[in-house]
Design a protein around this ligand. Sequence first.
Ligand code: IPM
Ligand code: MG
Length: 366
Amino acid sequence: MASFDILVLPGDGIGPEVTSEGVRALEAIGERFEHVFNFSEDIVGGAAIDAHGEAIRDETIEAAKASDAVLFGAVGGPKWSDPNAPVRPEQGLLRLRLELGLWANLRPVKPDPELSSASALKPEILEGVDMLFIRELTSGAYFGKPQERRVVDGKRAAVDTIYYHEDEVARIAHLGFRLARQRRNKVTSVDKANVLESSRLWREIVDEVRPEYPDVEFETLLVDAAAMHLLRRPSDFDVVISTNMFGDILTDEASMLTGSLGMLPSASVGDFGDNGTGLGMYEPIHGSAPDIAGQGIANPLGMILCVAELLRFSCGLEDEAQAIEAAVASAIADGLRTADLAAPGDPSLGTIEMADEVIRRIGERV
Ligand code: IPM
Ligand code: MG
């Protein structure tokens, strides 16, 4: 019987509502497959600012490092969004990514054909869409220094820095090519090499890594063109590798192919051990959604699909991961919808009811 330590960081907004459903889904897997998941919980983001004056405490980082995986809800909200505030909820998330060494963020985008009516795109464009975004997560514009305010000629100015080191690019490229081999064997690299020096380095390093994977089809796109092609020919993409900021933007765009931001999981991972697994942090990409927080209507499926990624990448439990994905697909196939997915005027399930349906299917081995 395998046992895993999971740190649960629900965070703000709808974070706590969806995270508790993720925990229940993991417990259901534990029961069916006879694994033990030991949960501990802490606060992060706005909740931690209110309680401790900082977005995450050192002891929370230490607890995360000591665990097998972190299940993360969402952080932020209007209460803490004053741009001049010295502490911001997002700092908790960024510190976790950096200090846990989670340099790659994997965001699968595979629209369920059953949900094509929820997407703004035509069903024929969505046919066959199955991509995996790999976003660089611990460098680039998010962490480059200097990042500061300045006073220039008595007026306000600000600077951010996009920094990349060749090793940071190379490891993303290798991961992209390796994962492509397990999928449809194609990598698209996205940069802005016609303008940015950091992108010219990105392209140079990816070109150096490529010959090691001659069997993998490859294309490179400028980010503006990539944004267009994602909507024009989304089924052409398989693995997409990109920088921290371009990846952030393009994955929100790509999520619209699935009909709802509420459906998308993400896995943040770093160096894996010899057994192919390692510490990871799993968070739905939807964010804290303050407009619907506390109403019990948030879609828990993004979080429940995060649990599948957690089982896959941090526990090495592929059958268990697929059991979760099958249960979610079955609930969708049976016509069950949360408010974000339902057609206007159609009935919808709340967060807990939707999770109940998935959990029942995990138990029934659908
Ligand atoms: C994401 C989010 C975060 C990011 C925010 C909350 C800092 O948008 O995970 O995509 O920009 O990375
Ligand atoms: Mg984002």
